[in-house]
Structures are given as C-alpha cells and as structure tokens.
Design a protein around this ligand. Structure first.
Ligand code: NAD
Length: 498
C-alpha cells in the first residue's frame, strides 16, 4: 500500500502506480469505517500482469531446484519474522481477532514449509531396461502462467495454499485476492521479492469480476486455482475449462458435527462453540449444523447455550470473536435470524442481544443458536457464513448420516463419540472430503491435501500437498535408447563390449 491510502496492484516486482479507473472500499469491520481504497484492475492491466508473468516464466521454469528452494526457505524465514504484522493486517481488514489471524498465518507457514521440499517433491520415476537398452522415465514440468483467485475469509492462508507450490513447481502466478481484504496479498508479494524471487514470477491484481473473467479467458493462463462460494466456483470451473484451462474450484460448505449419545458432551459443546463461532463463523470449515443423536440433544443444547454466554465479542486483545467482514454481509446473516424463527425453529440464543466490547458502528453480530431446526428451513439449506449454529435432532446414527449425505455440500464433517467402531463406520459411510473424529475442524496438515466433495469442489484436484504438486505440473514420460559406446563410432575410452 502507498501513503495515499490506495492499495495497488503488484506487477513485475513493483507497485503499479497508474491511476485506477475503478476502485473499491476496504473497511475496518471493527469500526464500520472505510479504511482504504483498493484499485480494481482493468482488462488491460490484467493483460499486462499476464504478459509479465509469461516473460518471467521463460526463465523461472529453468531455475534450478536449489534456487527455487532457497527462495522458499528465505520467504519462510521472512514470513515467520513478520507473522505478527501479517496477522494484524489480516485482522484490520477481515475483522477476525488477532489470535485467529495468527492461527491463519501459522497454517499458511505450513504450506510454505511443504513447498521448501520441492526438490524431493518433483522426483520422477525411472525404469532401467524397460526393453533392451531402453530406459523409461518421467519428469514433471510446470504448466506456465497460473491464476489464483481467493476469497475474503482467509486473505493470507488461501493465497499461500497455492502460490508457494505453484512457484516452487516452476510456474509464474497472477494472484487476484478478495477485494474486501487485499493488503495481505501485497505484503506476501513484497516478502517474496525480498526473498529473492525474480520480478514477474508473482504478480497481484486486485478487483472484481472484470479481473476474474479476464484471467479465465486469457489464452496464456494455463491453470486456475479458485476458492470462494459455490455459485462462483461453479462459474469459474465451467468458464475456465471451456477456455481450455485446468481448474480446481473450491466452493462453499455446510459442515455438520454429529454428536452421538455416548460422546463427552463437554468436549462436544466446547468444540461446537469454537468451531461454530471462531472467526465469526466465516470459515469454510466452520461447524454450522450440530446433529444431536437420540438423548444427546437437551443436555448438549444447554451446554452450548451456557458457553455462548461467555464468548467475548469485540475488538480487544482478549476478545474471542470479531465483527463480520462488511455491513452488507452482517445484515444478510442477521436476516436469517428472523427467517429461522418464521420457519418454526427455536431461537435459543439471539446474537443481537450479545454484549459487544467495541465501537458500536462495527459490523457486529453475536453468536446465535437455533434448536429443532428442520432440513427444509433456509437456516439449514443455505450457507449462512456467519455466527449462526443450528441444532438438528435425529433419533438414530443412520438418520444422522443420511442427513449429512443428502446435503449438497461435502466439505468437512465431524463425529463426536467414545465408540471407535461407530467413528470408523462414519468415516467409511460419510460423503464428505474431510472428516474429524472428536476434532471439529479437520483441516488437513500441509502434507495431505485440502478439499471437499459434491458442491464444495469443482474439479478433481484438492488444494496444496501432493494434489497441489500434481495440479501445478504436467507429466512427461521419456522413452530413451542409448547404444553402447562401441556402436556409436565415438571412442570415449571405454573398453569394447562393456
Ligand atoms: P466469493 O465467491 O464471493 O468470492 C471469491 C472470489 O471470487 C473473490 O476473489 C471475488 O472477487 C471473486 N468473485 C466474486 N463474485 C464474482 C463473480 N460474479 N464473477 C467472478 N468472480 C467473482 O466468496 P467470498 O465471499 O469471498 O468467500 C466466502 C466463500 O468462500 C464461502 O462460500 C466459503 O465457504 C468459501 N470458501 C471455501 C473454502 C474451501 O476450501 N472450500 C475456503 C474458504 C472459503
């Protein structure tokens, strides 16, 4: 960002100084005030970023693995040294409390650390003498210029799910972060430059649909990694693939936490509150539905209700839950409170009544709890993406699994039980990409990969980890015959017929 309060693109290793045709407001959600403006890229500015990335690709694709991992290790050290600053920046534009933002940066660091191991990750296979004196081996090459389009809710972590692996694999990147909290991406690009990444390997363009559409259509862009809501993920997948690109598009979620009657209900209630209301519910792995099986319901609802009363909402250092990202989003989330009541659900805790330790004009809404929610109610069917937790009662385990499997989303789910056999059966039967057993937010560590099923993911490659390396490389298999020196006519000093 420059001193004018304009958050600018980062193209070719420097801030793009041209005056933008269009800009957007970036809020401080804790005060409700506009804090900065962000430049919105025009088609020609996206084209310039892609052109610069294509020029850089010609060199970077041949950068040695040693050079790539050296840059990545250096970036990891810089990021680690400045993680507090990055967390503050995330908090100031997103609204999540600083401790939450610090957790996000920590997970981002893990992805960077994974990419530091790129020399080992890009090792191919080799078969000697597949036929007489014929060897066959595979190599993995970068795909070219890749576009990364990220959502507002993890402005540091989601770009870093993709950018380190893409770059380490030898690609160059044009990143289009969310226009709601764009500054983290610019700091990340600056740190990569400081780490020695050549100009043009990572570029950041800000903006909206104009920038996204240009990336989707641009013939030089070969791959798109997208994370966001399901309607846009579907659109990005369909448009990108229609333009000949490989696309991974991660979409929205409605994550269920199934609580069996034998579960430790205190553990389950703690988990429901932290996973339901952390980051004000603006997490794609947030728990938004608790499925209380059999007699677990009454006691569990009571325990969750008691804990909600203790959640400190505000902007101070000891607060646990911050504001929502914008006023419009807060109003949309709040509208579901009335919708739930009209549909006949029991409003156990009304977030509008929760005390707030912060500026009254911030985008606040406290934790809200509904009980006796039906599968036909909009508070159940829609991804609310806010601090609204619904409890659905089922009589049996089978009914609970049927409910989860009937949902159109399949991102994450959890089961709370003390029965290992039940947990094992659940992990086998449930149609969801990431499963937690007595763990409410089962985000895979960096050396696995992150991704949902059904309408939570369009495409087949999950994010980061082994899937990330696969997505950002093309395989080539070489079949090669070399005759002995005695047949070649050139005397290299070998004994004959060896
Ligand atoms: P969003 O879909 O509104 O925006 C995501 C990106 O798409 C942004 O960069 C935005 O500028 C761009 N965009 C928005 N509208 C567009 C349009 N009409 N055409 C082209 N591009 C457009 O999502 P969001 O509100 O920023 O993020 C929250 C959503 O992301 C939630 O649905 C959440 O579940 C999802 N999410 C999913 C995961 C996952 O791993 N599955 C992770 C994080 C967030």
């Amino acid at each position: 960002m420059t001193e004018t309060g304009m958050i600018r693109h980062w193209i070719g290793g420097r801030h793009w100084e041209a005056a933008p045709d269009r800009t957007g407001d970036v809020y401080d959600p804790a005060t409700g005030k506009v804090a900065n403006q962000v430049a919105f890229a025009s088609v020609s500015e996206v084209d310039r970023a892609v052109e610069v990335a294509a020029e850089a690709f010609a060199q970077w694709r041949n950068a040695s693995l040693a050079q790539r991992s050296t840059v990545m290790f250096k970036f990891r050290e810089l990021l680690n040294a400045r993680k507090g600053e990055l967390a503050e920046l995330v908090s100031s534009e997103h609204g999540k409390v600083v401790s939450d933002a610090a957790g996000e940066v920590q997970r981002a660091l893990e992805s960077v650390e994974y990419a530091c191991g790129i020399p080992a990750l890009l090792k191919g296979g080799f078969s000697e003498n597949a036929s007489t004196k014929v060897d066959v081996y595979s190599i993995q090459q970068p795909v070219g210029v890749v576009g990364v389009i990220s959502p507002f809710n993890f402005p540091a972590m989601v770009p870093l799910w993709f950018v380190p692996t893409a770059i380490a694999c030898g690609n160059t990147v044009v990143l289009k972060p969310s226009e709601k909290d764009p500054s983290a991406s610019v700091l990340i690009a600056e740190l990569f430059a400081e780490a020695g990444l050549p100009d043009g390997v990572l570029n950041v363009v800000h903006g909206d649909k104009v920038a996204v559409d240009r990336l989707l259509e641009h013939p030089v862009v070969k791959a798109i990694s997208f994370v966001g809501s399901t309607p846009i993920a579907r659109y990005v997948y369909e448009t990108g693939t229609a333009h000949g690109k490989r696309v991974q598009a991660l979409g929205g979620a409605k994550n269920h936490m199934v609580v069996l009657p034998d579960a430790d209900l205190d553990l389950a209630a703690d988990a429901a509150v932290s996973a339901g209301f952390g980051s004000a519910g603006e997490r794609c792995m947030a728990i938004s539905v608790v499925v209380a099986v059999g007699p677990a319901g009454d006691e569990l609802v009571e325990k969750i209700k008691t804990r909600i009363a203790d959640v400190r909402v505000g902007s101070g250092p000891s607060c646990e839950m911050g504001p929502l990202v914008t006023g419009a989003h807060r109003d949309k989330v709040t509208s579901y409170l009335d919708a739930g009541v009209s549909a006949g659900a029991s409003l156990v805790v009304d977030g509008r009544d929760h005390p707030v330790e912060g500026d009254a004009s911030g985008f606040w809404l406290g934790p809200t709890l509904f009980d006796h929610v039906g599968a036909d109610m909009t508070i159940y069917t829609d991804e609310i993406f806010g601090p609204v937790l619904s409890v659905v009662r089922t009589a049996t385990y089978e009914e609970a699994v049927e409910l989860v499997n009937s949902n159109r989303y399949g991102n994450g789910t959890a089961i709370f039980t003390n029965d290992g056999g039940a947990a094992r059966r659940f992990q086998n039967e449930v149609e969801v990409g990431m499963v937690g057993v007595n763990v409410p937010i089962p985000v895979p560590v960096a050396y696995y990969s992150f991704g949902g099923w059904k309408e939570s993911l369009f495409g087949d490659a999950h994010a980061y980890g082994p899937h990330g390396v696969h997505f950002f490389t093309r395989s080539k298999v070489v079949t090669s015959r070399w005759l002995d020196p005695s047949h070649g006519g050139v005397n290299l000093g070998f004994p004959q017929n060896t």
